[in-house]
Design a protein around this ligand. Structure first.
Ligand SMILES: *Cc1c(COP(=O)(O)O)cnc(C)c1O
Length: 355
């Protein structure tokens, strides 16, 4: 469609005659069928939803466009968010598009380079906090409760309304909901939004079934799995490095009413999945995104039978967000060569013979 989520799913969104129908071209992302990894897992039908194809490279744009449109409608003069990176990149882009000053509070030293570059390029006012994401979110909540500045974290209900459109797209593409939906869980807004989207589409008669919601946290940042907030969450996957999720109850509700799970994967499992997706499927996502596929691999190893099942893994953001990690975590494939054809032939044929 390419018209943006406000126009594409108008009747399911909180849109009035006064809502500006803005768009940076978000949504309508590809649902790619696995060519290799699904077979290895005995999964007949495995798909990846490429949310990294959104305008700022993550699913955050789906919710941000709705939050920004509603902020404009309400006459807001500035917006603010706390962020592990992608929310700030998205807020900054839509803030620039809408001419709304955008303040982003990010934990110092914890945001991947690509995301920081985006917030800077789009011209957000960046506040670097000597603290983690959870303390940033607390401060943003306090600030926006005292000043006429709109909070655009996923506590803003319009964010989840926009994010649920990804579930609609999956049903539109497949003709029904999948049997399983695998998704990373950080602040838990996205799993909450998907579940709402699947339910609303089901109630509207667009799907016959509902998926089991399979959410995955990182082992060092798994408050929902462990049943208590984590004071110092640690994981290589910075987008899900969250110790006290704002939408905790939404995730638990999605799990329980869908017959799903909220489980965790280690950083090694995340990195393995990250490398497999890129090298065996041509899908370069960010580490947090790979937690969904890492979860599928883990459950397969534990004996989950995927034969005849239709499975969708959400790849929440693009791998280009974190180039440093890509370069440092993949064994170097580069061979140095002299600039002559003999050297190229010798090197290329050697590589071909090896593989
Ligand atoms: C925000 C984000 C997540 C986590 O989503 P929540 O709604 O916070 O659970 C996962 N992956 C990426 C790439 C993100 O930007």
């Amino acid at each position: 469609m390419g018209v943006g989520v406000l126009r594409a799913y108008k009747e399911f969104l909180p849109i009035t005659d006064a809502t500006p129908m803005i768009s940076l071209g978000e949504g309508d992302t590809p649902l790619v069928k696995s060519n290799r990894l699904g077979k290895e897992l005995g999964c007949t039908e495995l798909y990846f939803k490429l949310e990294g194809c959104n305008p700022t490279g993550s699913f955050k744009d789906r919710g941000m466009v709705v939050a920004m449109a509603k902020a404009l409608e309400a006459g807001s003069t500035a917006v603010m968010c706390a962020s592990t990176g992608n929310t700030s990149a998205s807020a900054a882009a839509y803030g620039a598009f809408c001419d709304l000053p955008t303040y982003v509070l990010i934990p110092k030293g914890e945001v991947a380079m690509g995301k920081l570059a985006q917030a800077m390029a789009y011209g957000a006012k960046i506040l670097m906090l000597n603290g983690n994401f959870d303390s940033a979110l607390f401060l943003v909540r306090t600030f926006t409760s005292r000043h006429p500045v709109t909070l655009v974290n996923s506590l803003n209900p319009h964010r989840l309304e926009g994010q649920k459109t990804a579930a609609f797209e999956i049903v539109d593409a497949l003709g029904d909901a999948p049997d399983f939906l695998f998704i990373p869980v950080g602040n838990a807004g996205n799993i909450t939004a998907y579940w709402r989207g699947f339910q609303e589409y089901h109630d509207a008669g667009f799907s016959r079934k509902l998926p089991r919601m399979m959410g995955f946290q990182a082992e060092g940042a798994a408050p929902i799995v462990r049943g208590e907030p984590i004071a110092n969450p640690q994981t290589i996957a910075s987008a899900i490095r969250i110790g006290n999720p704002a939408n905790w109850e939404g995730a638990v509700e999605a799990r329980d009413s869908s017959g799903g799970v909220i489980d965790m994967v280690s950083d090694d499992e995340i990195l393995d999945a990250y490398r497999l997706l890129a090298s065996k499927e041509g899908l370069f996502c960010e580490p947090a995104s790979a937690a969904s596929f890492a979860g599928l691999v883990k459950l397969h190893r534990q004996g989950l039978n995927l034969a005849g099942q239709r499975v969708v893994c959400i790849l929440t953001g693009t791998g280009l967000k974190d180039p440093d990690l890509a370069v440092s975590s993949v064994a170097s494939q580069a061979t140095e060569v002299e600039p002559n054809i003999e050297a190229i032939e010798a090197a290329a044929l050697l590589v071909t013979a090896k593989s």
